[in-house]
Design a protein around this ligand. Structure first.
Ligand SMILES: [Zn+2]
Ligand SMILES: [Zn+2]
Length: 357
């Protein structure tokens, strides 16, 4: 039996899921190195994702009672396993939401999201980042060095939402110079699509949402047109804006049937529909209208293959994801932060930052 003081040393605080609707900031055992490829990270800053709200609603049943949530964050390396060569104690690191072993068939293809031993496991199948400490498996493939002098809060946006928006939305949608792009959903992911689509200078970016505040933010982020689909007919507006042709790229960033079906209805011949949203229900596919239109529909789970590139665009100030951060909390106030994040329309919330202070 460890003495009281030693035992205390092995405890930490974390945000723990206890079944649908139930989360608690409570004591948990501090993680330790299990495998030689692991790193133990002291969390500095983390955030809450829309996916965490899906878990809280009970939409992700494989998340067990007692699981620590969270798959985003930056921190400091506390300890590394004997096989880790790229990182050492004291390094400041960005944590990827995807863990890749780097050796399996999928990892060899750059499809880390489907890694046979990893993928999206943090805050899902293993304990996550909404804690004072987290164990990161396959550390060499799943962590990134933070360059000196970086805005570490901004880099939290690189754990998940920026690579998700860029890979699943912009890359899969093949956004090209001069394209007309519709982004359906102006939440943090839709706004991150808007920011990263601009790498390719589309001619028009049309944002569709039901929240006027988010549409106003989209305007300040460079959207050329905004449509509130609760008060305007989004289909008609988009047809008017495009001489009845429709858009070259329609990016779905909500995850419900109505928004995906809107993308189907507004796509121009030769266009691409890129799905980013997490869907819980089946969607009607209008092949009777689409079969002859030379369109492409893509789906993807983020592979985080673009993280290094995005990191350079942020550190060189070509991209400013800190614009997505609206609220700050101390990590110990995370239950309040969940409330603010859940009531996004009322609180005008985009992303929240939690600091382990
Ligand atoms: Zn996420
Ligand atoms: Zn793998």
């Amino acid at each position: 039996m460890p003495s009281f003081s030693t035992q205390k040393y092995y405890l930490m605080k974390a945000l723990v899921y206890h079944g649908p609707g139930k989360i608690e900031w409570e004591e948990k055992p501090k993680p330790f190195i299990l495998d030689p490829t692991d790193a133990l990270i002291k969390i500095y800053k983390t955030t809450i994702c829309g996916t965490d709200l899906h878990i809280l609603k009970g939409d992700v049943p494989e998340v067990a009672d007692g699981r620590i949530l969270g798959h985003e964050g930056v921190g400091i390396v506390e300890e590394v396993g004997s096989a880790v060569t790229g990182f050492k104690k004291g390094d400041r690191v960005l944590i990827s939401c995807i863990s890749g072993c780097g050796k399996c068939e999928y990892c060899k293809k750059g499809m880390y999201s489907h890694c046979e031993k990893g993928g999206w496991i943090l805050g899902h199948l293993i304990d996550g980042t909404q804690a004072e400490y987290v164990r990161i498996p396959f550390a060499d493939n799943s962590l990134y060095h933070i360059p000196e002098g970086s805005d570490e809060e901004a880099l939290v946006m690189l754990s998940d939402i920026l690579p998700t928006a860029f890979e699943c939305g912009v890359l899969n949608g093949q956004v090209k110079p001069g394209d007309t792009v519709a982004i359906v959903g102006a939440g943090p992911i839709g706004l991150a699509v808007l920011l990263t689509a601009q790498f390719y200078t589309p001619a028009a970016t049309i944002m569709v949402d039901i929240d006027d505040n988010r549409l106003q933010v989209a305007g300040t982020f460079g959207a050329t047109h905004t449509i509130n689909s609760s008060t305007e007919n989004a289909f008609e507006e988009i047809m008017n804006l495009t001489d009845n042709k429709g858009v070259d790229v329609a990016i779905e960033a909500v995850g419900i049937p109505t928004t995906f079906e809107l993308c189907e209805s507004i796509i121009a011949p030769g266009g691409r529909i890129a799905n980013v949203g997490v869907h819980g229900k089946s969607v009607s596919l209008h092949l009777e209208k689409l079969w002859s239109k030379n369109i492409t529909i893509t789906t993807r789970l983020v592979d985080t293959v673009s993280t290094s590139m995005l990191l350079k665009t942020v550190t060189s100030k070509k991209l400013d994801p800190a614009k997505l951060i609206t609220h700050h909390f101390s990590l110990k106030d995370i239950v309040n932060a969940y409330d603010t994040f859940q009531n996004a329309a009322r609180e005008k919330t985009l992303k929240v930052i939690l600091t382990n202070d």
